[in-house]
Design a protein around this ligand. Structure first.
Ligand SMILES: [Zn+2]
Length: 91
């Protein structure tokens, strides 16, 4: 995965993330409405430039399911995040 410099604050855990990578392995700058996965807490949020930290929470789990249906590569990203956390002994 190729990263780009992109600073935002996770609206769930408050982690300041400084890079973003595309699940499609493309080099792209996240834009308004794009969904990101926080590398620290694993929650998904979307880019909203006028929100605090530039990110906003999803409205509900149904929205996450809808996003994963539209973008199946998100499921792979979520699975990879969980696999890393389990290897680290963090559940
Ligand atoms: Zn987070």
């Amino acid at each position: 995965m190729k990263d780009v410099a992109f600073e935002c604050t996770c609206p769930y855990c408050g982690k300041v993330n400084t890079k973003a990578g595309s699940v499609d392995n493309k080099v792209v700058m996240p834009k308004e409405g794009d969904v990101t996965l926080c590398i620290d807490c694993g929650n998904c949020s979307f880019v909203k430039k006028d929100a605090p930290g530039g990110m906003a929470k999803l409205d509900n789990h149904a929205q996450l399911v809808e996003l994963c249906t539209q973008h199946p590569s998100m499921i792979g990203a979520l699975r990879a995040w969980w696999a890393v956390r389990q290897k680290q002994g963090v559940h």
